[in-house]
Design a protein around this ligand. Sequence first.
Ligand SMILES: [Zn+2]
Length: 221
Amino acid sequence: MNSMVCCQNPEALSNADSPFTKIVALEFYDGPTGGILQCETCHTVYQFDMLDWDDHHRVRIFRLRVLPESSWERSLQALEKAEPPPRWPVWVPCKWPDDARAEANTKLSKILNQAKPAELVVAWLGYGERILAARKFPPKELDSEPAWLSVDDKSKFRDWFPLLGLSKEKTNASAMEKNGGNADREKERQEALRQFQNLADASQFKSEGPYPTRDELHGRP
Ligand SMILES: [Zn+2]
């Protein structure tokens, strides 16, 4: 991995291996949709939530808010009773003994309340293995924007793809092509996805926010 790739240098985060090699997915839908992550290069810790994705949930666009560096250890401590144990690059804590989840959520919300206004928007592939684009924005442009899964009316959203030099239409159209041209990698990804989903299903993982069901997302009654 290129050690110069860092969140402090968004221009370098264009079609690059991700410096976010540790992601705690506190929210998960076919992949991380929100949580806490750390930059491997500068160790900055961020809270992240999702602003947009393509129809195949492959390209995902996130808003990042800086957290105090101690938040990383504090978050892991808050989640110490969660199953499975931490694993990287993506950890999905999804199983909890007794009331440990409520306890962890209380601790986590205290940690996340310390987040600074968002300045950075990042587009990545799938589980975050590859960064497609990143850009700084003035915080006032970002903080009032709704998270993608929190609002049903999608007309309220900005079109984030072109703001990062990407095209949602092209991304959607090229998905099939990529599957054909990159069959092994796609197979690997699908297998990883299946394992995460089994894990999530086994623990009846549910997000606590007002998340749409799969049917709602696809516009079925
Ligand atoms: Zn960094």
